[in-house]
Design a protein around this ligand. Structure first.
Ligand code: NAD
Length: 504
């Protein structure tokens, strides 16, 4: 008998206390990419119900902004505890809904736990500067205040982690959150919200509607984007989505954090440790079936090591296990849907037409099911043209030879996206040049590791068509707060700045 992932997903949702009315009897069908089975049909929101959610969130904001930040951190600490308790269930649901392997599903929940820990500490570190003033008996300082309602729009491929990066920070910064998850992965959103609701119940005194989920597709996202009551729109997804969201929010002078597509590359230099590079590239390019924003999609290999590395990579591509990662130990799971499979095939055809040699990339039949499985493709390209310049959200790695270091850094930067990058070298001059102002133009630049698998402690995001936003660690929290500059006169005279005289 075939396993029913729908039944398993429903059981997890019921166990976490999600109201069945939120995932049954609606018009929005969702499917597991593992087998193509429909898992649920959800009622969707409308522009009107999104506006109601914003009104409720604004009411929550009026109370929450006055709660001391370390106390707000206590809520996030409890959320981290609840996530630890629910890690197995939520990780399993991520695997069912996004097709990730068990370790990737669990890893995504671990990332949620990690950002909670980070945010709890942060709740006592929302520092502002004190600044030297030119006037005697004055003090100048910066104060960081809560910003307002944060709208989170998320992509299918990290269905829960990206929301948690935003939510853990937004909550300690004093903001309510409204989440519009991907229409492909709404069940993990309802589950995550239920886990946060448990923390809210234990916390006891948070305002109602501090965190809400709205369900639907692009139109529901647009309702959040256009609502003047949403102070910050944090949107993760394709560059196409960001091109629409950015100007619309800017038109009403709202703020955005845009986390968009990547076209990430690695450079393998003559001195590279090739064994290490091979493993890093294989994981970076084939892991999560090439469906990470940080997936390695382009590889430049120095002419002197090309023949020592690339045939080994081709072999790894031919032998990597492809299959249902919940039924087997397969390292490469399914693509999210048929459209993703078609986009992969179209890119491979275009690469071939541009002179590429394609290894792999064909359909893999897994059981008798409707899951969309493909063998990852390695494509040897004569130059960086055509589909190499675009992000295709599938496991395709374009490999090119190089001879000159300065030229390869230019080629590396000659694409629209600017998310992640890496160099494999033991030569400190190459390494430092790659990390310098004249090197990689990406938000993430790594040495001797791949392009994917970032930790939450660093600021995450990229430049150019990746949108410029930063989330997660470092001082990314500042995007969720507004800054006030305060000048205090504790003297008995009124000196004016810049020596201006105005005696009346
Ligand atoms: P997508 O752009 O199709 O959808 C992302 C989200 O945006 C969904 O919730 C969707 O409903 C919503 N949306 C789409 N158009 C919209 C619009 N005009 N207005 C408002 N909302 C809109 O992306 P996807 O296929 O779910 O995810 C894959 C993409 O996401 C890839 O390009 C990947 O690189 C990118 N991604 C980027 C990051 C990052 O941090 N930079 C992280 C994960 C994924």
């Amino acid at each position: 008998m075939t396993r029913s992932y729908a039944a398993e997903a429903t059981a997890i949702l019921n166990h976490l206390g999600v109201d069945p009315a939120r995932h049954t009897g609606g018009t929005m069908a969702v499917f597991t990419p593992l087998t193509g089975e429909q898992t649920a049909s959800l009622p969707t929101d409308t522009a009107g119900s999104v506006a109601d959610a914003v009104t409720r969130a604004q009411a929550a904001f009026r109370d929450w902004r006055r709660v001391p930040a370390p106390r707000r951190g206590e809520l996030v600490r409890l959320f981290g505890e609840e996530l630890r308790a629910a890690k197995d269930e939520l990780g399993r649901l991520v695997s069912i809904e996004a097709g990730k392997s068990p370790s990737e599903g669990a890893g995504e929940v671990q990332e949620m736990i990690d950002i909670c820990d980070f945010a709890v500490g942060l709740s006592r570190q929302l520092y502002g500067l004190t600044i030297a003033t030119e006037r005697p008996d004055h003090r100048m300082m910066e104060t960081w205040h809560p910003l307002g309602v944060v709208g989170v729009i998320s992509a299918f491929n990290f269905p829960v982690a990206v929301w948690s990066w935003n939510t853990a920070l937004a909550l300690v910064c004093g903001n309510p959150v409204i989440w519009k998850p991907s229409e492909k992965t709404p069940l993990t959103a309802l589950a995550s919200q239920a886990i946060l609701d448990r923390a809210l119940a234990r916390f006891g005194s948070a305002p109602a509607h501090l965190a809400q989920v709205v369900i639907g597709g692009r139109d529901v996202g647009e309702a959040l984007v256009d609502h003047p009551g949403v102070a910050l729109v944090s949107a993760t997804g394709s560059t196409r989505m960001g091109r629409s969201v950015g100007p619309r929010v800017a038109a009403r002078f709202g703020r955005t954090i845009l986390e968009l597509g990547g076209n990430n590359a690695g450079i393998v230099c003559p001195s590279a440790d090739l064994d290490m590079a091979l493993r890093a590239i294989a994981f970076g390019a084939m892991g999560t079936a090439g469906q990470r924003c940080t997936t390695m999609r382009r590889l430049f290999v120095h002419d002197s090591v090309y023949d020592a590395l690339v045939p080994r990579l081709v072999k790894a591509y031919a032998s990597v296990s492809v299959g249902n990662p919940l039924e087997t130990a397969a390292l490469v799971g399914p693509l999210i849907d048929g459209a993703a499979f078609d986009a992969m095939q179209a890119a491979l055809a275009a690469a071939k037409a541009a002179g590429g040699t394609v290894h792999g990339g064909d359909r893999v039949t897994v059981g008798t099911d409707a899951g969309q499985y493909a063998r990852p493709a390695l494509v040897e390209m004569p130059t960086q043209v055509g589909p190499v310049l675009e992000e295709t959200f599938a496991p395709i790695l374009y490999v090119m030879r190089y001879t000159d270091f300065d030229a390869v850094v230019e080629d590396h930067n000659a694409v629209g996206a600017g998310l992640s990058s890496s160099i494999f070298t033991l030569d400190m001059r190459e390494m430092e040049q790659f990390l310098s102002a004249a090197g990689s133009d990406c938000g993430i630049a790594n040495v001797n590791i791949g392009t994917s698998g970032a930790e939450i402690g660093g600021a995450f995001g990229g430049e150019k068509e990746t949108g410029g936003g930063r989330e997660s660690g470092s001082d990314a929290w500042k995007a969720y707060m507004r800054r006030a500059t305060n000048t205090v006169n504790y003297g008995r005279s009124l000196p004016l700045a810049q020596g201006v005289v105005f005696d009346i």
